[in-house]
Design a protein around this ligand. Structure first.
Ligand code: AMP
Ligand code: ZN
Length: 448
Protein backbone atom coordinates (compact mmCIF):
# COMPACT_ATOMS: atom_id res chain seq x y z
CA UNK A 1 0.00 0.00 0.00
CA UNK A 2 1.24 3.46 -0.84
CA UNK A 3 1.75 6.18 1.77
CA UNK A 4 1.68 9.80 0.72
CA UNK A 5 2.27 13.13 2.41
CA UNK A 6 -1.06 14.94 2.29
CA UNK A 7 -0.73 18.73 2.34
CA UNK A 8 -4.35 18.98 3.53
CA UNK A 9 -3.54 17.22 6.82
CA UNK A 10 0.23 17.86 6.91
CA UNK A 11 0.69 14.14 7.56
CA UNK A 12 1.91 11.05 5.80
CA UNK A 13 -1.19 8.94 5.29
CA UNK A 14 -1.94 5.47 3.94
CA UNK A 15 -3.64 6.03 0.63
CA UNK A 16 -7.20 4.76 0.43
CA UNK A 17 -8.88 5.25 -2.94
CA UNK A 18 -12.41 6.62 -3.02
CA UNK A 19 -13.62 4.26 -5.73
CA UNK A 20 -12.63 1.70 -8.37
CA UNK A 21 -10.57 4.16 -10.36
CA UNK A 22 -8.09 6.54 -8.76
CA UNK A 23 -8.91 10.04 -9.99
CA UNK A 24 -5.91 12.35 -10.33
CA UNK A 25 -5.62 15.92 -11.52
CA UNK A 26 -2.47 17.87 -12.30
CA UNK A 27 -2.33 21.63 -12.85
CA UNK A 28 -0.26 21.82 -16.01
CA UNK A 29 1.82 24.52 -17.64
CA UNK A 30 0.83 28.04 -18.56
CA UNK A 31 1.62 27.88 -22.25
CA UNK A 32 3.14 31.28 -22.94
CA UNK A 33 6.80 30.33 -22.83
CA UNK A 34 9.14 27.32 -22.81
CA UNK A 35 8.91 25.19 -19.68
CA UNK A 36 12.27 25.09 -17.93
CA UNK A 37 13.87 22.05 -16.34
CA UNK A 38 12.38 22.98 -12.95
CA UNK A 39 8.89 22.75 -14.43
CA UNK A 40 9.65 19.33 -15.92
CA UNK A 41 10.89 18.10 -12.53
CA UNK A 42 7.32 18.46 -11.25
CA UNK A 43 5.89 16.38 -14.12
CA UNK A 44 8.59 13.74 -13.56
CA UNK A 45 7.60 13.40 -9.90
CA UNK A 46 3.91 13.00 -10.81
CA UNK A 47 4.81 10.48 -13.48
CA UNK A 48 6.46 8.42 -10.74
CA UNK A 49 3.27 8.68 -8.69
CA UNK A 50 1.18 7.32 -11.56
CA UNK A 51 3.61 4.56 -12.48
CA UNK A 52 3.78 3.47 -8.85
CA UNK A 53 -0.01 3.38 -8.45
CA UNK A 54 -0.26 1.29 -11.63
CA UNK A 55 2.39 -1.17 -10.44
CA UNK A 56 0.48 -1.37 -7.16
CA UNK A 57 -2.47 -2.58 -9.23
CA UNK A 58 -4.68 0.52 -9.22
CA UNK A 59 -6.67 1.72 -12.20
CA UNK A 60 -5.95 5.39 -12.71
CA UNK A 61 -7.73 8.19 -14.54
CA UNK A 62 -5.57 11.24 -14.76
CA UNK A 63 -6.35 14.67 -16.17
CA UNK A 64 -3.61 17.11 -17.11
CA UNK A 65 -4.62 20.64 -17.95
CA UNK A 66 -2.93 23.22 -20.15
CA UNK A 67 -3.54 26.80 -19.03
CA UNK A 68 -4.05 28.83 -22.18
CA UNK A 69 -6.02 31.73 -20.70
CA UNK A 70 -6.47 33.83 -17.61
CA UNK A 71 -3.21 33.32 -15.72
CA UNK A 72 -2.03 36.84 -14.94
CA UNK A 73 1.60 37.77 -14.41
CA UNK A 74 0.89 37.64 -10.68
CA UNK A 75 -1.01 34.78 -9.03
CA UNK A 76 -3.58 37.39 -8.03
CA UNK A 77 -5.79 39.62 -10.10
CA UNK A 78 -3.36 42.27 -11.24
CA UNK A 79 -1.10 42.64 -14.23
CA UNK A 80 -1.21 41.33 -17.73
CA UNK A 81 -2.55 37.96 -18.84
CA UNK A 82 0.50 35.75 -19.50
CA UNK A 83 -0.77 34.65 -22.93
CA UNK A 84 -1.30 38.27 -24.00
CA UNK A 85 2.19 39.05 -22.79
CA UNK A 86 3.63 36.19 -24.84
CA UNK A 87 1.73 37.36 -27.92
CA UNK A 88 2.99 40.95 -27.55
CA UNK A 89 6.57 39.72 -27.03
CA UNK A 90 6.59 37.60 -30.17
CA UNK A 91 4.24 39.54 -32.41
CA UNK A 92 1.93 36.54 -32.73
CA UNK A 93 -1.69 35.94 -31.85
CA UNK A 94 -2.52 34.47 -28.44
CA UNK A 95 -3.78 31.35 -30.19
CA UNK A 96 -0.51 30.92 -32.08
CA UNK A 97 1.41 31.39 -28.84
CA UNK A 98 -0.67 28.75 -27.05
CA UNK A 99 -0.36 26.24 -29.92
CA UNK A 100 3.37 26.76 -30.24
CA UNK A 101 4.20 26.27 -26.57
CA UNK A 102 1.76 23.39 -26.17
CA UNK A 103 3.50 21.61 -29.02
CA UNK A 104 6.90 22.19 -27.44
CA UNK A 105 5.67 21.06 -24.03
CA UNK A 106 4.12 17.87 -25.38
CA UNK A 107 7.21 17.07 -27.45
CA UNK A 108 9.31 17.23 -24.29
CA UNK A 109 6.66 15.31 -22.40
CA UNK A 110 7.03 12.53 -24.97
CA UNK A 111 10.83 12.49 -24.97
CA UNK A 112 10.78 12.22 -21.20
CA UNK A 113 8.42 9.24 -21.67
CA UNK A 114 6.02 10.59 -19.08
CA UNK A 115 2.82 8.58 -18.83
CA UNK A 116 0.34 10.10 -21.24
CA UNK A 117 -2.66 11.58 -19.41
CA UNK A 118 -6.03 9.87 -19.89
CA UNK A 119 -7.51 13.28 -20.52
CA UNK A 120 -5.53 16.28 -21.74
CA UNK A 121 -7.50 19.51 -21.51
CA UNK A 122 -7.15 23.12 -22.59
CA UNK A 123 -8.67 25.72 -20.31
CA UNK A 124 -10.32 27.53 -23.26
CA UNK A 125 -12.44 24.45 -24.00
CA UNK A 126 -14.31 24.92 -20.70
CA UNK A 127 -15.54 28.50 -20.92
CA UNK A 128 -19.24 27.55 -20.86
CA UNK A 129 -18.63 25.41 -17.79
CA UNK A 130 -16.74 28.32 -16.21
CA UNK A 131 -19.73 30.61 -16.71
CA UNK A 132 -22.05 27.99 -15.21
CA UNK A 133 -19.76 27.66 -12.20
CA UNK A 134 -19.81 31.43 -11.66
CA UNK A 135 -23.60 31.37 -11.99
CA UNK A 136 -23.78 28.64 -9.34
CA UNK A 137 -21.40 30.47 -6.97
CA UNK A 138 -23.45 33.62 -7.40
CA UNK A 139 -26.73 31.79 -6.83
CA UNK A 140 -25.24 30.32 -3.65
CA UNK A 141 -24.25 33.79 -2.45
CA UNK A 142 -20.45 33.55 -2.71
CA UNK A 143 -19.69 36.31 -5.18
CA UNK A 144 -20.00 40.04 -5.72
CA UNK A 145 -19.52 42.15 -8.80
CA UNK A 146 -17.11 45.06 -9.16
CA UNK A 147 -16.41 47.23 -12.17
CA UNK A 148 -13.48 44.89 -12.83
CA UNK A 149 -15.07 41.45 -12.58
CA UNK A 150 -16.90 38.93 -10.46
CA UNK A 151 -15.12 38.29 -7.17
CA UNK A 152 -15.23 35.47 -4.68
CA UNK A 153 -16.00 36.70 -1.18
CA UNK A 154 -13.60 34.61 0.88
CA UNK A 155 -15.30 35.54 4.16
CA UNK A 156 -18.29 33.48 2.96
CA UNK A 157 -16.24 30.27 3.03
CA UNK A 158 -15.43 29.64 6.68
CA UNK A 159 -12.65 27.14 5.93
CA UNK A 160 -10.88 29.43 3.44
CA UNK A 161 -7.73 29.82 5.55
CA UNK A 162 -7.45 26.16 6.60
CA UNK A 163 -5.73 24.49 3.66
CA UNK A 164 -2.75 26.83 3.50
CA UNK A 165 -2.91 27.80 7.21
CA UNK A 166 -3.34 31.40 6.06
CA UNK A 167 -3.17 34.35 8.42
CA UNK A 168 -6.09 36.27 6.95
CA UNK A 169 -5.95 39.07 9.52
CA UNK A 170 -2.27 39.61 8.75
CA UNK A 171 -2.97 39.49 5.03
CA UNK A 172 -5.71 42.08 5.44
CA UNK A 173 -3.51 44.34 7.61
CA UNK A 174 -0.66 44.12 5.13
CA UNK A 175 -2.86 44.87 2.12
CA UNK A 176 -2.62 48.22 0.39
CA UNK A 177 -5.04 50.67 1.95
CA UNK A 178 -7.85 51.58 -0.42
CA UNK A 179 -7.56 48.98 -3.18
CA UNK A 180 -7.54 50.46 -6.59
CA UNK A 181 -10.39 48.09 -7.30
CA UNK A 182 -13.44 47.44 -5.19
CA UNK A 183 -12.31 44.20 -3.62
CA UNK A 184 -13.81 43.73 -0.17
CA UNK A 185 -11.09 41.57 1.38
CA UNK A 186 -7.42 41.16 0.56
CA UNK A 187 -7.89 37.42 -0.03
CA UNK A 188 -10.90 37.81 -2.37
CA UNK A 189 -10.13 36.78 -5.94
CA UNK A 190 -11.63 37.14 -9.40
CA UNK A 191 -13.59 34.21 -10.78
CA UNK A 192 -14.33 36.24 -13.90
CA UNK A 193 -12.62 39.36 -15.25
CA UNK A 194 -14.30 42.04 -17.36
CA UNK A 195 -12.46 43.57 -20.29
CA UNK A 196 -12.63 47.35 -20.09
CA UNK A 197 -13.50 49.33 -23.21
CA UNK A 198 -10.27 49.90 -25.11
CA UNK A 199 -8.37 47.22 -23.14
CA UNK A 200 -6.38 44.86 -25.31
CA UNK A 201 -7.36 41.29 -24.59
CA UNK A 202 -7.74 39.04 -27.62
CA UNK A 203 -9.32 36.08 -25.82
CA UNK A 204 -12.77 37.28 -24.83
CA UNK A 205 -16.17 35.78 -24.21
CA UNK A 206 -19.50 37.46 -23.54
CA UNK A 207 -20.87 36.97 -20.09
CA UNK A 208 -23.12 39.17 -17.98
CA UNK A 209 -23.57 41.39 -20.99
CA UNK A 210 -19.90 42.33 -21.42
CA UNK A 211 -16.71 40.81 -22.79
CA UNK A 212 -14.48 39.06 -20.30
CA UNK A 213 -12.47 35.96 -19.48
CA UNK A 214 -12.27 33.46 -16.61
CA UNK A 215 -10.08 33.91 -13.54
CA UNK A 216 -7.08 31.59 -13.58
CA UNK A 217 -8.13 29.39 -10.66
CA UNK A 218 -11.55 28.61 -12.09
CA UNK A 219 -10.49 26.25 -14.90
CA UNK A 220 -9.19 23.57 -12.54
CA UNK A 221 -12.46 23.47 -10.56
CA UNK A 222 -14.63 23.25 -13.67
CA UNK A 223 -12.44 20.73 -15.48
CA UNK A 224 -12.32 18.46 -12.44
CA UNK A 225 -16.10 18.75 -12.07
CA UNK A 226 -16.73 17.83 -15.71
CA UNK A 227 -13.99 15.29 -16.41
CA UNK A 228 -13.59 13.50 -13.08
CA UNK A 229 -16.29 14.56 -10.63
CA UNK A 230 -15.29 15.75 -7.19
CA UNK A 231 -14.05 14.72 -4.77
CA UNK A 232 -11.09 13.31 -6.65
CA UNK A 233 -8.44 11.14 -5.02
CA UNK A 234 -5.24 13.10 -5.63
CA UNK A 235 -4.53 16.64 -6.76
CA UNK A 236 -0.93 17.53 -7.58
CA UNK A 237 1.01 20.74 -8.08
CA UNK A 238 4.00 22.77 -6.92
CA UNK A 239 4.30 24.31 -3.44
CA UNK A 240 3.71 27.71 -5.06
CA UNK A 241 0.11 26.61 -5.63
CA UNK A 242 -0.75 26.11 -1.96
CA UNK A 243 -1.53 29.62 -0.65
CA UNK A 244 -3.48 31.01 -3.61
CA UNK A 245 -4.24 28.72 -6.53
CA UNK A 246 -5.21 25.54 -4.71
CA UNK A 247 -6.79 27.43 -1.82
CA UNK A 248 -9.01 29.16 -4.36
CA UNK A 249 -9.81 25.97 -6.27
CA UNK A 250 -11.04 24.40 -3.01
CA UNK A 251 -13.20 27.44 -2.18
CA UNK A 252 -14.76 27.62 -5.68
CA UNK A 253 -15.57 23.93 -5.84
CA UNK A 254 -17.27 24.09 -2.50
CA UNK A 255 -19.18 27.24 -3.43
CA UNK A 256 -20.30 26.04 -6.86
CA UNK A 257 -20.88 22.33 -6.29
CA UNK A 258 -21.00 21.91 -2.49
CA UNK A 259 -18.22 19.31 -2.41
CA UNK A 260 -14.72 18.76 -1.17
CA UNK A 261 -12.36 19.00 -4.16
CA UNK A 262 -9.71 16.36 -3.43
CA UNK A 263 -8.92 13.89 -0.69
CA UNK A 264 -5.11 13.96 -1.05
CA UNK A 265 -2.96 16.91 -2.11
CA UNK A 266 0.63 16.42 -3.21
CA UNK A 267 3.02 19.33 -3.69
CA UNK A 268 6.58 19.24 -4.91
CA UNK A 269 9.23 21.68 -3.77
CA UNK A 270 11.20 23.85 -6.15
CA UNK A 271 14.43 23.19 -8.01
CA UNK A 272 17.12 25.84 -7.74
CA UNK A 273 20.10 26.06 -10.11
CA UNK A 274 23.57 26.60 -8.68
CA UNK A 275 21.85 27.77 -5.50
CA UNK A 276 19.75 30.37 -7.30
CA UNK A 277 16.06 30.65 -8.03
CA UNK A 278 15.27 29.82 -11.67
CA UNK A 279 14.54 33.13 -13.35
CA UNK A 280 14.82 34.86 -16.68
CA UNK A 281 16.90 37.67 -15.19
CA UNK A 282 19.55 35.23 -13.96
CA UNK A 283 19.70 33.55 -17.38
CA UNK A 284 19.32 30.10 -15.85
CA UNK A 285 15.97 29.06 -17.30
CA UNK A 286 17.55 25.97 -18.83
CA UNK A 287 15.38 23.87 -21.10
CA UNK A 288 15.99 20.25 -22.05
CA UNK A 289 17.67 21.34 -25.28
CA UNK A 290 20.32 23.24 -23.28
CA UNK A 291 21.15 20.02 -21.45
CA UNK A 292 21.29 18.08 -24.73
CA UNK A 293 23.79 20.61 -26.11
CA UNK A 294 26.04 19.75 -23.17
CA UNK A 295 25.70 16.02 -23.83
CA UNK A 296 22.95 15.11 -21.40
CA UNK A 297 19.89 13.20 -22.55
CA UNK A 298 16.38 13.78 -21.19
CA UNK A 299 16.80 10.43 -19.39
CA UNK A 300 19.94 11.71 -17.65
CA UNK A 301 17.89 14.61 -16.35
CA UNK A 302 15.07 12.31 -15.27
CA UNK A 303 17.65 10.22 -13.45
CA UNK A 304 18.84 13.38 -11.67
CA UNK A 305 15.31 14.37 -10.66
CA UNK A 306 14.42 10.93 -9.32
CA UNK A 307 17.66 10.66 -7.35
CA UNK A 308 16.10 13.09 -4.86
CA UNK A 309 12.77 13.46 -3.11
CA UNK A 310 9.86 15.50 -4.46
CA UNK A 311 9.42 17.31 -1.16
CA UNK A 312 13.03 18.39 -0.89
CA UNK A 313 14.26 21.73 -2.22
CA UNK A 314 16.70 20.44 -4.80
CA UNK A 315 19.74 22.23 -6.14
CA UNK A 316 20.71 21.46 -9.72
CA UNK A 317 24.34 21.63 -10.83
CA UNK A 318 25.98 20.20 -13.94
CA UNK A 319 28.30 18.18 -11.68
CA UNK A 320 25.33 16.46 -10.06
CA UNK A 321 23.80 15.89 -13.50
CA UNK A 322 27.08 14.27 -14.59
CA UNK A 323 26.86 11.98 -11.55
CA UNK A 324 23.30 11.03 -12.49
CA UNK A 325 24.39 10.30 -16.06
CA UNK A 326 27.23 8.06 -14.83
CA UNK A 327 24.90 6.24 -12.51
CA UNK A 328 22.52 5.55 -15.39
CA UNK A 329 25.39 4.27 -17.54
CA UNK A 330 26.47 2.06 -14.71
CA UNK A 331 22.98 0.58 -14.46
CA UNK A 332 22.99 -0.03 -18.20
CA UNK A 333 26.34 -1.80 -17.93
CA UNK A 334 24.74 -4.11 -15.38
CA UNK A 335 21.88 -4.80 -17.80
CA UNK A 336 24.43 -5.55 -20.50
CA UNK A 337 25.96 -8.14 -18.19
CA UNK A 338 22.56 -9.77 -17.71
CA UNK A 339 22.40 -10.48 -21.45
CA UNK A 340 25.65 -12.41 -21.29
CA UNK A 341 25.15 -14.46 -18.20
CA UNK A 342 22.05 -15.30 -16.24
CA UNK A 343 22.00 -13.13 -13.16
CA UNK A 344 19.69 -14.66 -10.62
CA UNK A 345 18.05 -12.00 -8.58
CA UNK A 346 18.02 -11.56 -4.87
CA UNK A 347 14.74 -12.75 -3.52
CA UNK A 348 12.28 -9.86 -3.50
CA UNK A 349 14.81 -7.30 -4.72
CA UNK A 350 12.30 -5.46 -6.87
CA UNK A 351 9.62 -5.66 -4.19
CA UNK A 352 11.96 -3.80 -1.83
CA UNK A 353 12.55 -1.13 -4.45
CA UNK A 354 8.82 -0.72 -5.02
CA UNK A 355 8.24 -0.62 -1.25
CA UNK A 356 10.69 2.28 -0.98
CA UNK A 357 8.76 4.22 -3.62
CA UNK A 358 5.48 3.31 -1.93
CA UNK A 359 6.84 5.13 1.10
CA UNK A 360 5.84 8.63 0.00
CA UNK A 361 7.66 8.29 -3.35
CA UNK A 362 11.10 7.87 -1.82
CA UNK A 363 12.87 7.36 -5.12
CA UNK A 364 16.21 8.36 -3.57
CA UNK A 365 16.08 5.34 -1.29
CA UNK A 366 14.83 3.15 -4.15
CA UNK A 367 17.83 4.23 -6.25
CA UNK A 368 20.20 3.29 -3.42
CA UNK A 369 18.58 -0.14 -3.40
CA UNK A 370 19.03 -0.47 -7.16
CA UNK A 371 22.72 0.37 -6.65
CA UNK A 372 23.22 -2.28 -4.02
CA UNK A 373 20.98 -5.20 -5.09
CA UNK A 374 21.68 -8.07 -7.46
CA UNK A 375 19.08 -7.69 -10.18
CA UNK A 376 17.97 -9.96 -12.99
CA UNK A 377 16.86 -8.79 -16.42
CA UNK A 378 13.29 -9.27 -15.25
CA UNK A 379 13.94 -6.93 -12.32
CA UNK A 380 15.39 -4.33 -14.68
CA UNK A 381 12.28 -4.56 -16.83
CA UNK A 382 10.16 -3.73 -13.79
CA UNK A 383 12.56 -0.94 -12.82
CA UNK A 384 12.04 0.55 -16.26
CA UNK A 385 8.28 0.30 -15.79
CA UNK A 386 8.55 2.04 -12.43
CA UNK A 387 10.89 4.89 -13.34
CA UNK A 388 10.56 5.09 -17.13
CA UNK A 389 14.30 5.51 -17.65
CA UNK A 390 14.72 3.57 -20.94
CA UNK A 391 17.46 1.52 -19.33
CA UNK A 392 16.76 -1.58 -21.40
CA UNK A 393 15.66 0.20 -24.57
CA UNK A 394 18.98 2.08 -24.60
CA UNK A 395 21.00 -1.08 -23.95
CA UNK A 396 20.41 -3.40 -26.89
CA UNK A 397 21.67 -6.95 -26.89
CA UNK A 398 24.73 -7.72 -29.03
CA UNK A 399 26.36 -10.87 -30.29
CA UNK A 400 28.63 -12.96 -28.08
CA UNK A 401 31.59 -12.11 -30.32
CA UNK A 402 30.92 -8.41 -29.95
CA UNK A 403 30.57 -8.78 -26.21
CA UNK A 404 33.88 -10.66 -26.06
CA UNK A 405 35.52 -7.81 -28.00
CA UNK A 406 34.16 -5.28 -25.49
CA UNK A 407 35.59 -7.26 -22.61
CA UNK A 408 38.90 -7.57 -24.40
CA UNK A 409 38.86 -3.82 -24.88
CA UNK A 410 38.10 -3.28 -21.17
CA UNK A 411 41.20 -5.34 -20.30
CA UNK A 412 43.29 -3.45 -22.82
CA UNK A 413 42.21 -0.18 -21.24
CA UNK A 414 43.05 -1.40 -17.75
CA UNK A 415 46.49 -2.38 -19.08
CA UNK A 416 46.71 1.09 -20.68
CA UNK A 417 47.12 -0.53 -24.10
CA UNK A 418 45.23 2.23 -25.84
CA UNK A 419 46.37 1.30 -29.34
CA UNK A 420 44.59 -2.01 -28.91
CA UNK A 421 41.50 -0.59 -27.23
CA UNK A 422 41.15 1.97 -30.04
CA UNK A 423 41.53 -0.72 -32.68
CA UNK A 424 38.75 -2.78 -31.08
CA UNK A 425 36.59 0.32 -30.80
CA UNK A 426 36.97 0.92 -34.55
CA UNK A 427 36.16 -2.70 -35.35
CA UNK A 428 32.95 -2.41 -33.35
CA UNK A 429 32.01 0.93 -34.89
CA UNK A 430 32.36 -0.68 -38.32
CA UNK A 431 29.78 -3.22 -37.10
CA UNK A 432 27.45 -0.42 -35.96
CA UNK A 433 28.18 -0.67 -32.25
CA UNK A 434 29.49 2.32 -30.29
CA UNK A 435 31.22 1.71 -26.98
CA UNK A 436 31.25 4.11 -24.05
CA UNK A 437 33.41 3.67 -21.01
CA UNK A 438 31.93 3.60 -17.53
CA UNK A 439 33.40 2.76 -14.16
CA UNK A 440 31.69 -0.62 -14.54
CA UNK A 441 33.31 -1.29 -17.94
CA UNK A 442 32.29 -0.62 -21.52
CA UNK A 443 28.65 -0.26 -22.44
CA UNK A 444 27.33 0.07 -25.92
CA UNK A 445 24.67 1.36 -28.19
CA UNK A 446 23.78 0.83 -31.81
CA UNK A 447 24.69 3.54 -34.26
CA UNK A 448 23.48 3.89 -37.79
P1 AMP B 1 3.71 27.19 -14.62
O1 AMP B 1 3.76 26.97 -16.09
O2 AMP B 1 4.41 28.43 -14.18
O3 AMP B 1 2.31 27.14 -14.09
O4 AMP B 1 4.52 26.00 -13.94
C1 AMP B 1 4.27 24.66 -14.23
C2 AMP B 1 4.58 23.77 -13.04
O5 AMP B 1 5.96 23.83 -12.70
C3 AMP B 1 3.82 24.16 -11.77
O6 AMP B 1 3.32 22.97 -11.20
C4 AMP B 1 4.85 24.78 -10.88
O7 AMP B 1 4.55 24.55 -9.53
C5 AMP B 1 6.10 24.03 -11.29
N1 AMP B 1 7.35 24.77 -11.07
C6 AMP B 1 7.63 26.05 -11.42
N2 AMP B 1 8.89 26.38 -11.12
C7 AMP B 1 9.46 25.27 -10.58
C8 AMP B 1 10.75 24.96 -10.05
N3 AMP B 1 11.74 25.85 -10.02
N4 AMP B 1 10.95 23.70 -9.59
C9 AMP B 1 9.97 22.78 -9.60
N5 AMP B 1 8.74 23.02 -10.08
C10 AMP B 1 8.48 24.24 -10.56
ZN1 ZN C 1 -4.99 24.21 -10.76
Amino acid sequence: MIKLYNTATRKIESFKPLGEVVKIYTCGPTVYNFQHIGNYASYIYWDLLIRTLKLDGYKVKRVLNLTDVGHLVSDGDEGEDKLEKGAAREGKSVYEIADYYIEDYLANYRTLELTWPDVLTRATDFIEEDKQAVDAMTANGYTYETSDGVYFDTTRFAKYADFARLDLAGLQAGARIGFSDEKRNASDFAVWKFIKPGEKHAMRWDYLGRPGYPGWHLECSTIIHKELGEPIDIHTGGIDHIPVHHTNEIAQTYAAYGHELSRYWLHCDFITIDGQKISKSLGNTYVLKDLAERGFSPMDYKMWVLSGHYQGARNFTFESLEAAKNRRQNWRARIALCYQKDVSDELGAFEKILAAVNNNLNSAEAFALVDSSTLSLEDWQKIDELFGLRLIADTPDISEEQYALIKERDSARVAKNFAKSDEIRDTLIAQGVAVKDTTGGGIWEYIN
